[in-house]
Design a protein around this ligand. Structure first.
Ligand code: GDG
Length: 503
């Protein structure tokens, strides 16, 4: 699909991510925030979303399947078995994911993985190249595609290219345990803009670049020789408008009613996580057991519902955590259950987004305790789903990116089972006025910094020509009221006006 430049001055957006997921199947659609945010930006600029279809092919051909879903043009390629093995299951999910979540113990280093990662990034660059027009803005997503910017530069593209990292950036000493770390990080400086979920991850990147490359920081830009890369803190948010609808949907109401009926007279505690070792589930279960042991008065009065749909089942460490959690929940139920009370309901099944909102709303406590998390959207979803007149309490890991934005949560160290247990006890005992106050503050932040704010802030930085005066500083603390970021940056507003004038 070669691009014919429209008369509008709106630059076209090309979004690139490992998977392309635009789902359109009605109220049960499990549309991620990313899909929603990108879809809006892509529609506005008549853009295109490029990535892997999720399908396997006998031999890689580079053939692109073009589709249009929900008003968004998508271009996908299939990958061959070796690519999926070495790039996706290998380097992305067995090397980078654990390493970037501080799990050196689970990080697998293999030459084949690194080779597959480089090969697939080259394949992405080769197949994407014919689609790129000179004025296109290119926005690459996440750890699967870190070298794509360099690959495109090597093919001569001078477009504005940005990258958003959805997961943490690890401290320099951890990153240095990865063979080839220097090339990987150096390649990042071929991007014009890099977005991070929190100041902590941005600072870790600066620390590494300062030590390894003697790069200098100039305002919010990192300079190395001729290259200048802008480093933004730009935390991802929720599609607030859509979620407000979900909270009041029939499916949400039914799920809430069902859950409340199943726990009459008991306070529900809920956790919702992909089954992943970064989410701190073993520590969470152990903390719940500690709570029951230390607070006998709470036995039979509370109930933990943990929803954990399996993910990445092709990777051994994910199968192992599943076995451990099965054993741990069985052990706790065996030790504490009575004939009419089950302490933990542990469910390995996914629910529709609407049902999930009913479940969040029925819970007195939202338990979100990842050991490390780039952001954690469940924390924000739990807050949005609450009844403002009688809200539940969010117990949140200090080590989730969301903690920087939501200091009004009960913040806990997710490695300390005592601290989590006491956090839950505190949440259960919290008076209504304090719950309301905390909830109101968090809801205001989440509403202000929603997913549209996120994509508009990033796009504004990407659209800015070098040397142009920066717009409102997106590096300002997004949790603070003084952050100017709640209004759409001016140049994005201009782009939007141009786009709607065209319609
Ligand atoms: C990565 C980063 C960052 C979960 N179970 C069900 C379900 N979910 C939805 C949740 C939430 C999403 O999945 C999970 O998002 P998280 O942000 O919590 O975590 P990751 O999947 O690890 O995402 C993370 C994110 O990227 C975005 O940048 O925040 O830090 O690790 O939306 O609701 N959805 C439905 N049924 C389920 O059973 N429908």
């Amino acid at each position: 699909m070669p691009h014919t430049q429209t008369q509008s001055s709106t630059p076209r957006l090309i979004a690139v991510s490992n998977r392309v997921q635009v789902e359109t199947d009605g109220e049960n659609a499990n549309r991620g925030g990313l899909a929603v945010a990108l879809a809006a930006a892509l529609r506005q600029s008549n853009g295109i979303w490029f990535g892997w279809s999720g399908e396997q092919t006998e031999e890689f051909t580079g053939q692109i399947a073009f589709r249009r879903a929900d008003g968004v043009a998508t271009a996908t390629i299939d990958l061959e078995a070796q690519d999926i093995d070495e790039y996706y299951n290998g380097f992305a999910n067995r090397t980078l994911w654990p390493l970037f979540h501080y799990r050196l113990d689970l990080t697998e280093i293999a030459r084949d993985f690194a080779g597959g990662y480089a090969r697939v990034n080259e394949r992405f660059a080769d197949t994407l190249s014919p689609l790129i027009a000179p004025d296109d803005l290119i926005w690459v997503h996440d750890y699967h595609l870190m070298p794509l910017g360099s690959q495109l530069r090597a093919r001569g593209f001078a477009n504005r290219i940005g990258f958003f990292l959805h997961i943490p950036w690890p401290p320099p000493s951890l990153l240095m345990s990865l063979p080839g770390h220097s090339d990987l990080a150096r390649g990042m400086l071929d991007y014009d803009v890099i977005g991070f979920q929190s100041e902590e991850w941005r600072q870790a990147f600066i620390d590494y670049a300062a030590v390894q490359f003697e790069a200098t920081i100039d305002g919010d830009a990192l300079r190395l020789g001729e290259r200048c890369t802008r480093l933004l803190v730009c935390p991802i948010g929720l599609d607030i408008a859509d979620f407000s609808g979900a909270v009041h949907s029939i499916a949400a109401k039914q799920a809430e009613t069902r859950l409340v009926a199943s726990a009459v007279g008991r306070d529900m505690i809920v956790g919702v996580d992909r089954l992943d070792y970064s989410k701190g589930l073993q520590e969470r279960f152990a903390a719940y057991e500690r709570l029951l042991a230390d607070h006998p008065e709470l036995r039979e009065k509370i109930s933990l519902l943990q929803i954990a749909p399996p993910s990445r089942g092709d990777v051994a460490s994910y199968r192992q955590i599943r076995a451990e959690l099965d054993a741990l929940s069985g052990h706790i139920n065996g030790a504490y259950a009575s004939i009419d009370w089950v302490p933990i309901r542990y469910v390995n099944q996914g629910y529709s987004r609407d049902e999930l909102f009913g479940i969040y709303r029925a819970a007195r406590v939202g338990l979100v305790t990842p050991l490390r998390d780039g952001m954690n959207l469940v924390a924000k979803e739990y807050v949005v789903a609450q009844d403002p007149a009688d809200p539940g309490v969010l117990v949140l890991s200090r080590f989730a990116g969301a903690a920087a934005q939501l200091p009004e949560a009960v913040l806990v160290n997710p490695h300390s089972i005592e601290e989590i247990a006491e956090g839950i006890a505190r949440a259960l005992a919290m008076p209504l006025a304090e719950r309301q106050e905390r909830h109101q503050a968090m809801l205001a932040t989440i509403t202000r910094h929603d997913v549209r704010w996120w994509s508009e802030t990033f796009m504004a930085a990407l659209a800015e020509e070098p040397g142009q005066a920066p717009g409102p500083a997106p590096t300002a603390d997004p949790a603070s009221d003084s952050a100017p970021a709640d209004s759409a940056p001016a140049n994005v507003a201009r782009l939007r006006d141009a786009a709607s004038a065209q319609r």
